[in-house]
Design a protein around this ligand. Structure first.
Ligand SMILES: C[S@@+](CC[C@H](N)C(=O)[O-])C[C@H]1O[C@@H](n2cnc3c(N)ncnc32)[C@H](O)[C@@H]1O
Length: 245
């Protein structure tokens, strides 16, 4: 039976964090066992290829989850910080990697704390559509990477709703910001868990970046690893942006 996708007007930050806390051990195992082919074949290579070109010395990985990408970023820079509001995710990251610095915080909270705010590069892999407050997280990225570069990937808002089969459901409108809850499952197993993302039209991402002084220097629509027959549209977007000093 197909579990339903649900739309909400609002969810609390604490609820989202609980969801990520529950999902973290499973997600971490998927990545470790090379079962997340979108991450392994599309998203991570897109980020790392750019990181290698940028040669940043101080990197922050915003929404680092269990930190597997952060550890790879750390191999490429003098100093790396991974932040995520999910304490379970950060706990798993610290157990696996005791040389990279990991802290429990949203990007917005980290900026409010006010220490260690200057990075050459801020990475946010598949995070912006999972943040409840786009204005808040983009403002935080602009502060963290002032005068530097932001590298972000997001679910492609035009095609993700088709991929997840909610584009034509009642209650969905492409132009409306909508909190979307989907079942969390792997190809072989359903866990009774859910994951939440916020659908936003592309224009909202672009106008928010602009408002916070981020100039888009690269914008790529990325297909998933599946065949064109299985799903013909790009499911992800990779964005590189320079940040005003
Ligand atoms: C899809 S996961 C991506 C994790 C990781 N970047 C990766 O590549 O595996 C999204 C992550 O964003 C985090 N997140 C959500 N809102 C956030 C915010 N405002 N600031 C920082 N991280 C946030 C979640 O806790 C979750 O771990």
């Amino acid at each position: 039976m197909t579990e339903p996708v649900k739309f909400y007007d609002h969810k609390d930050e604490a609820e989202i964090v609980r969801e990520w806390d529950s999902i973290a051990p499973i997600r971490d195992r998927q990545v470790a066992l090379h079962q997340d082919t979108s991450y392994e074949q599309v998203l991570e290579p897109w980020i790392l290829e750019r990181v290698d070109r940028l040669a940043a010395t101080k990197i922050v990985d915003v929404g680092c989850g269990t930190g597997r990408l952060t550890s790879k970023l750390h191999l490429r820079s003098g100093e790396t910080l991974g932040i995520d509001p999910s304490a379970v995710s950060i706990g798993l990251a610290r157990v696996r990697d005791d040389t990279t610095r990991f802290e429990v915080a949203t990007a917005e909270e980290w900026v409010r704390r006010g220490s260690d705010l200057r990075f050459d590069l801020a990475v946010a892999n598949m995070v912006l559509m999972d943040a409840l407050d786009l204005e808040g997280i983009v403002g935080a990225l602009a502060t963290l990477a002032r005068g530097g570069v932001v590298l972000a990937t997001i679910a492609h808002p035009a095609f993700w709703p088709i991929y997840w089969d909610y584009a034509s459901r009642d209650g969905f409108s492409y132009l409306a910001e909508t909190v979307v809850e989907t079942p969390f499952r792997t190809s072989s197993k359903s866990y009774g868990l859910v994951a939440t993302h916020v659908h936003r039209p592309l224009e909202l991402y672009l106008s928010t970046l602009r408002r916070h002084g981020l100039t888009v220097t690269a914008f790529e629509e990325l297909r998933g690893p599946e065949s064109v027959d299985a799903f013909p549209y790009p499911r992800f977007i990779g964005i590189e942006a320079s940040v005003l000093p």
